[in-house]
Design a binder for this molecule. Structure first.
Ligand code: FES
Ligand SMILES: [Fe+2]
Length: 421
């Protein structure tokens, strides 16, 4: 449970807010690379941390992310003409390059000289791993780029889905810090107590124990979480996952592919979720890709032309009450939609967190709140977040292990908080 002030600190991300400034110390996904597919691409709208922006690629293919509004009289640059290394406002023809410089001001005789005094907010952008990344913080604090392992892979090793969620980024992320929900929310009612996605991922052990025990360790990147579940044979199954500042999680590892979830706040009441899986050793198979792209259990179907899910709050996530009686715990189909139904409305899109009743199963949620709020407060007092400048720390991978029931889990977890080469 948090105070109202603490919850505001945790959830408010606009310019000048402590958490908004903390996010602005890290590179973040702005959009998928395919949204601005080639040189002189069509401009695309993007809203991040409460700021309306426009993204485009110039004639050299370089991505640019600039203010959504023209500095002349505020017209929307989304309708701009993207031509010869710059985006031109179609109201009076002012043109800006990817660095924000005004390169043409044609509607006035003083334009030739006045253009040197005009610029538009532009944020550095990098195209890597199928994602356009943006840095929205002060120039003097621009950190080195991340070293996630998957960023080194060819694109055919990676599948990524972007979805728009109508809730605060933090309550979406809390689901990944909460191992106990899987047994309930994601299970089917068959003898195995395991749903189809669990069988695909071969992690049915997740569903054998409703009461996982967390072993936690603070790390350079954030938090290492080992969720232990008792197995019928007396051993314990441990899912080893990571939370990385400010909003990266590696949900439970599967033996076949690795996973990462990334939340990017759109504003206080909405966020993007980038959900990716990747194979370190080989390209994803056609079967795996088809399963992911065309309405499998792990990735939900999207409304064409949007990043909104077909099953959504407006249609009660297509809950099927007959299926709930006879087949699955929720009666809701895709894995992620099951999460969405419970996440998007936790006393509303911004959970107030003042009336919660937390238990030991919520220990990782509690710890992550503490760490991120401390980082935001420290930054307000002038201490920069060390993790932003330690990209190698982010080369950690989730894993899983089976140990004897009385094994020392803390000791067993130690190697997994260290970056893997
Ligand atoms: S408002 Fe954009 S050029 Fe005038
Ligand atoms: Fe979940």
């Amino acid at each position: 449970m948090l105070t109202q002030e603490e919850n505001a600190l945790l959830t408010q991300v606009g310019p000048g807010t402590p958490m908004g400034e903390l996010f602005r110390r890290y590179w973040m996904p702005a959009m998928l690379s395919e949204e601005i597919p080639g040189a002189d691409s069509t401009p695309a709208r993007v809203r991040i941390l409460g700021e309306d922006l426009v993204a485009f690629r110039d004639s050299d293919g370089k991505p640019g992310i600039i203010d959504a509004y023209c500095p002349h009289r505020g017209a929307p640059l989304f309708f701009g003409r993207n031509e010869e290394c710059g985006l031109r406002c179609v109201y009076h023809g002012w043109k800006f390059d990817v660095t924000g410089k005004c390169v043409d001001l044609p509607n006035s005789p003083e334009g030739e000289t006045y253009k040197d005094k005009v610029s538009i907010t532009a944020y550095p952008a990098i195209d890597k791993g199928g994602v356009i990344w943006v840095y929205m913080g002060p120039k003097e604090h621009k950190p080195p780029f991340h070293h996630f392992q998957w960023l080194d892979l060819p694109l055919d090793h990676i599948f990524m889905q972007k979805t728009t969620l109508n809730c605060n980024y933090f309550q979406s992320m809390e689901g990944d810090l909460d191992a106990s929900h899987a047994y309930f929310l994601h299970r089917t009612l068959d003898d195995q107590s395991a749903n189809i996605s669990a069988r695909i991922r071969d992690d049915a052990a997740t569903y054998f124990d409703p009461n996982p025990h967390y072993t936690l360790a603070d790390t350079d990147y954030g938090l290492l979480m080992g969720a232990s579940r008792k197995l019928a044979d007396g051993n314990q199954f441990i899912s080893v996952a990571h939370w990385m500042l400010p909003s990266y999680t590696t949900p439970g590892a599967s033996p076949k592919v690795q996973q990462m979830n990334i939340r990017v706040p759109i504003d206080d009441e909405n966020c993007y979720q980038y959900r990716l899986r990747y194979d370190l050793d080989q390209p994803l198979s056609a079967q795996e890709l088809n399963e992911d792209k065309y309405g499998g259990f792990l990735f939900p179907e999207l409304i064409p032309g949007t990043y909104l899910t077909v099953a959504n709050k407006g249609n009660d996530y297509l809950v099927d009450r007959v299926a709930q009686k006879n087949y699955s715990y929720t009666g809701i189909k895709a894995f992620q939609i099951q999460d969405l139904a419970l996440i998007e409305d936790q006393w509303g899109p911004i959970s107030p967190r003042t009336e919660e009743h937390l238990v030991s199963a919520d220990s990782a949620v509690i710890r992550v709140r503490q760490i991120i709020m401390k980082a935001a407060r420290d930054l307000m007092e002038g201490t920069e977040p060390a993790s932003a400048n330690n990209p190698d720390a982010y080369r950690v991978l989730p894993t899983r292990m089976t140990l004897p029931g009385d094994a020392d889990v803390e000791e067993a977890l130690k190697p997994y908080s260290i970056p893997q080469a």
